[in-house]
Design a binder for this molecule. Structure first.
Ligand code: SAM
Length: 327
């Protein structure tokens, strides 16, 4: 499969400009089809940094690892691909560095969140309300809980809370009620089209149907893959394994993700000046990162025109600063 059919990487030029600055360990925590990884490796090669560099690519989806493995073949001597959740980024970096005899200090980390175009477009994965398939939505096919398990086991209150919390869906309660009523009448719900039909019957108006479908499917996907929980810990863990002046770049695609990234980055950048009014000359504790992007960076109109997925992308970047270094 070619890069553009599997997944077109978003904000690739910006990622290169922010991350690739010297040889070292680079981690792509969301390998996907390997589009960003390939761009990073090519940039390292063009700058003469390939020697002394290692790219660790992580994905929880076997199909992504297979695709990326083929795409990155020319760089296989400096690439290690790992099946895993980026939540465990620290442990993965430790293990791979040890195996390669390297210090576990990372120059650049990329997280390009969410699902790939390939995952969305593959009907059997059940991510899309536009394609008839099983209600699955697991990025990691060895995970135990699928979207069908959630839709068929949560009670009305739990479903409503889920659609509201992760989908910000205003009609969360009536959709949850309709799902439970459908279950009582028909047994269980097993397909994307079946669920989409129930949602369509409960959306506020024709013009709102697409938005409601997107929000409910998004909420389910986030729950199935515990996306927001793993993001929080991956940011903490990732920053921990950055080298001094190493950078982390995160591309998010919806406000819930971006809020977490923004909050964690701001917390890590903040120095502790003690209680108000004390007037310390030096902070009690300095922040461990500096914000490279104060506001999130978005794609240009030109990129959005050629890759509509870039429309909602927001990129935030931080740089690690060693303790004791003046801000
Ligand atoms: C938006 S795609 C990345 C596309 C990639 N940047 C490229 O250029 O092809 C996100 C990928 O991250 C993976 N992913 C999402 N959350 C993950 C997690 N917590 N741990 C590991 N992989 C994850 C998905 O399986 C998917 O393949």
């Amino acid at each position: 499969m070619t890069q553009s059919t599997y997944h077109e990487p978003v904000l690739a030029a910006e990622i290169i400009a922010f991350l690739v600055r010297k040889p070292g360990i680079y981690v792509d925590g969301t390998l996907g089809g390997g589009g960003h990884s390939l761009a990073i490796l090519r940039a390292l090669s063009a700058a003469g940094y390939l020697e002394g560099s290692l790219l660790i690519g992580i994905d929880q989806d076997d199909a992504a690892l297979k695709e990326a493995g083929e795409k990155l073949k020319e760089f296989e001597a400096v690439t290690v691909l790992v099946k895993g959740n980026f939540q465990g980024i620290g442990g993965i970096v430790q293990r791979v560095s040890r195996e390669k005899g390297l210090q576990p200090k990372v120059m650049g980390i990329l997280l390009d969140l969410g699902v790939s175009s390939f995952q969305i477009d593959t009907a059997e994965r059940g991510f899309s309300y536009l394609r008839e398939g099983p209600l699955d939505m697991r990025m990691d096919m060895s995970a135990v809980v699928s979207a069908a398990d959630i839709i068929n086991s949560y009670d009305e209150k739990e479903l409503a809370r889920l659609f509201y919390r992760y989908g910000e869906e205003p009609r969360s309660r009536s959709i949850a009620r309709a799902i439970v009523a459908y279950r009582l009448k028909n047994g269980s719900i097993s397909g994307t089209e079946e669920l989409a039909g129930i949602i369509r019957g409960n959306a506020a108006g024709k013009d709102k149907i697409i938005k409601t479908l997107s929000r409910v499917f998004q909420a389910l996907r986030i729950e199935v893959n515990a996306e927001l929980d793993v993001l929080r810990s991956a940011l903490d863990d990732g920053i921990e394994c950055l080298d001094n002046q190493g950078r982390m770049a995160v591309i998010s695609y919806h406000s819930l993700e971006d809020r977490i990234v923004k909050t964690v980055f701001a917390e890590k950048a903040r120095s502790d000046w003690g209680p108000k009014g004390v007037g310390l000359r030096e902070p009690l504790e300095r922040g461990t990162v500096s914000l490279i992007t104060r506001k999130p960076l978005c794609a240009t109109q030109e990129e959005i025109d050629s890759n509509p997925r870039a429309r909602s992308a927001k990129l935030r970047v931080i740089e690690k600063i060693s303790k004791g270094v003046s801000l």
